[in-house]
Design a protein around this ligand. Structure first.
Ligand code: GCO
Length: 255
C-alpha cells in the first residue's frame, strides 16, 4: 500500500525549463515514477534531443516549446494541450535564470528580466494550469525555490527577491486553490552541480565555502532532488500544501 502512494502512473507532468539541469532531473524522476512528462524550453532542437534521450530510456515524453515569460505563448501552449486532450496533473515551475551583479551596478532591465522569468512566469504558468486542474478537482503544483528563498547572498539580488517571492507565491496558491483540490508546494535546492552554477564550482574559494557551509560537505546532484519532487507530485502529499522543502545537504538549518 505505502509505495503505491508514490506511483505517478496515469498522471501527466509539465516541467518548465526541462531540457537540461534541474528541470531535466525533475522530468526524469517523475517519469521514473510512472508519469508522462511534457518537456518545456525555448529551444525546439534542444527539447527534441532531450525527448529522444528520455524516450530511449523508455519514458513517455511530450514536448511543448514556449517561453514561460511570454504570456501569449503560455496561453497558446495550454490551449494546444487542451486541443490534444492532454491534461496537466502536475506542474513543476522550474524555469529560471541567474544574473550575478552587485545592485549598485545592476540595470533595471536586468533586474526585471530575472523577476519576469523566475517569479511572474511561475504565476502565469501556475494560473493556466490551475484553471484546468480546478475543473478536475485535483492537481499538484511544485514551484522551485532556493536557499535564497530564505537567505540573501550578495550579488544575486533579483534572483533572491524572485525566489523569496516563489516561497510566498506557493503559500498564496495554497491559500486560494486548496478548496479546488490543488496542493501547491515548493522545493528549495541547495548548491547543486548545474550549468548555472559552473562559475561557482570553478571558483576554489566559493567551492570551499559551499563545502564548509554545508553539513554534508558537498554540492548536491540534480538527481538527488527527484525523490522530493515525486513525493510532492504524488498522493503521498495529498494533505501537504504551502510548504517549501529544502534539499540542501542541511545548509539552511545551520550557522
Ligand atoms: C548563487 C547560486 C544559488 C544557487 C541556489 C542555491 O549564485 O548563489 O546560483 O542561487 O543556484 O539557488 O539554493
Amino acid at each position: 500500500m505505502s509505495l503505491a502512494l508514490f506511483d505517478l502512473t496515469g498522471r501527466t507532468a509539465l516541467v518548465t525549463g526541462s531540457s537540461r539541469g534541474l528541470g531535466r532531473a525533475f522530468a526524469e524522476g517523475l517519469a521514473g515514477a510512472g508519469a508522462r512528462v511534457i518537456l518545456n524550453g525555448v529551444d525546439p532542437d534542444r527539447l527534441a534531443q532531450a525527448a529522444e534521450e528520455m524516450r530511449a530510456s523508455g519514458f513517455d515524453v511530450l514536448t511543448s516549446a514556449f517561453d514561460v515569460a511570454d504570456e501569449a505563448q503560455v496561453i497558446a501552449a495550454f490551449d494546444a494541450l487542451d486541443g490534444q486532450g492532454v491534461e496537466v496533473d502536475i506542474l513543476v515551475n522550474n524555469a529560471g535564470i541567474q544574473f550575478r551583479k552587485p545592485m549598485l551596478e545592476l540595470e533595471t532591465k536586468d533586474w526585471q528580466r530575472v523577476i519576469d522569468i523566475n517569479l511572474t512566469a511561475a504565476f502565469v504558468v501556475g494560473r493556466e494550469a490551475a484553471r484546468r486542474m480546478a475543473k478536475r478537482g485535483r492537481g499538484k503544483i511544485i514551484n522551485i525555490g532556493s536557499l535564497t528563498s530564505e537567505l540573501a547572498r550578495a550579488t544575486v539580488a533579483p534572483y533572491t527577491v524572485a525566489k523569496g517571492g516563489i516561497k510566498m507565491l506557493t503559500k498564496a496558491m495554497a491559500a486560494e486553490w486548496g478548496e479546488l483540490g490543488i496542493q501547491a508546494n515548493a522545493i528549495g535546492p541547495g548548491y547543486m552541480v548545474t550549468d548555472m552554477n559552473a562559475p561557482l564550482l570553478a571558483n576554489p574559494q566559493f567551492d570551499a565555502w559551499v563545502k564548509g557551509r554545508t553539513p554534508m560537505r558537498r554540492w548536491g546532484l540534480p538527481e538527488e532532488l527527484a525523490g522530493t519532487a515525486i513525493y510532492l507530485a504524488s498522493d503521498a502529499s495529498n494533505y501537504v500544501s504551502g510548504q517549501i522543502i529544502y534539499a540542501d545537504g542541511g545548509m539552511i538549518s545551520v550557522l
